[in-house]
Design a binder for this molecule. Structure first.
Ligand code: ADE
Ligand code: ZN
Length: 321
């Protein structure tokens, strides 16, 4: 049933789709030495204690991505997975600073991703959007410079987001760059309430004007916030397997997705960094359905929410609902 339902994915870091097999292929292509000797060894290293322990490995892995072709291959491999999972629309994040800080041009990154997405629409019928994420562990000035750098490609970018180490890097730090992005006509989303408390979700809404909250699972700690999110139908892009692997929840059975759904929150299911967390979007649906005994109606609601929460046109949305 899950497989058969056309769905949208709204929380997916393209760098987080780098499977170890492609990592080795790109390392060989680009003459890069990896710290692991086999695909199995890489997978064994994917044991995380929290968000930061994951990010350290994830940023290191991205080092094999050098050319526009590498970004094309990465994105194309993800689109083939979308086809298998019946993802008909995807809104992907990319982290330009992870690459420009290594001397890779913004142009190489965006043209590779964009070309693959264009082919995905033409050959696979999968529609897509690109969201540029700022790394919140870096400075607000660096984010502003990145926004400036991205200007020649704004016709390919629908919005900006905020990711990386959450604790100690509250949304307020990035108010000016989000204001500027909105002036440029970009939409705004932000990771908030993954590891940090509900205050960060308020900050994402009030300081950054976030139209969607990525994760947001800690919203239930503030009943006033839950009321606000329900009333304004602000979507939460939840990633169950990510939350389990990064120890946001102890066990998937403890996840609050069902509770959030029951409160009328606009919850969606997504894969975040599927190559690192052991599952693409359908794996996330299946795992959370089993862990929380979700009904078929719950699954329909989650799938419908994925289109409601997406940035597709009303005309396209009507075709999916
Ligand atoms: N970058 C990639 N995945 C992330 C996550 N789950 N939280 C914050 N930053 C990320
Ligand atoms: Zn994320």
């Amino acid at each position: 049933m899950i497989n058969a339902l056309p769905k949208a994915e709204l929380h997916l870091h393209i760098e987080g789709t780098l499977e170890p097999e492609l990592m080795f292929e790109l390392a060989a292509r680009n003459n890069i030495e990896l710290p692991h000797s086999s695909v199995e060894e890489v997978r064994q290293a994917y044991e995380f204690s929290d968000l930061q322990s994951f990010l350290d490995i994830y940023y290191a892995g991205a080092g094999v991505l050098q050319t526009s072709q590498d970004f094309y291959d990465l994105t194309w491999a993800y689109l083939l997975r979308c086809q298998r999972d019946n993802v008909v629309h995807t809104e992907i994040f990319f982290d330009p600073q992870t690459h420009t800080d290594r001397g890779i041009s913004f142009e190489a990154v965006i043209t590779g991703i964009h070309s693959a997405l264009r082919d995905g629409e033409q050959k696979l019928g999968i529609t897509s959007e690109i969201i540029l994420c700022f790394l919140r562990h870096l400075s607000a000035e660096a984010a502003m410079d990145t926004l400036e750098l991205s200007r020649p490609w704004h016709q390919w970018i629908i919005g900006v987001g905020l990711d990386s180490s959450e604790m100690g890097h509250p949304p307020e730090k990035f108010k000016a760059v989000f204001d500027k992005a909105r002036e440029h006509g970009l939409k705004t989303v932000a990771h908030a309430g993954e590891e940090a408390p509900a205050d960060y979700i308020w900050g994402a809404i009030n300081s950054l004007g976030a139209e969607r909250i990525d994760h947001g699972v800690r919203c239930e700690e503030d009943s006033h916030l839950v009321g606000y999110l329900v009333e304004n139908q602000i979507p939460l892009t939840v990633c169950p397997l990510s939350n389990e692997k990064l120890k946001v929840v102890k066990r998937l059975e403890d996840h609050n997705l069902k509770s959030m759904l029951n409160k009328g929150l606009l919850v969606t299911v997504n894969s975040d960094d599927p190559a690192y967390f052991g599952g693409y979007v359908n794996d996330n649906y299946r795992a959370i359905k089993a862990a929380l005994s979700l009904t078929d109606d719950d699954i329909y609601q989650l799938v419908k929410n994925s289109f409601h929460a997406s940035f597709i046109t009303d005309e396209l949305r009507a075709g999916y609902l």
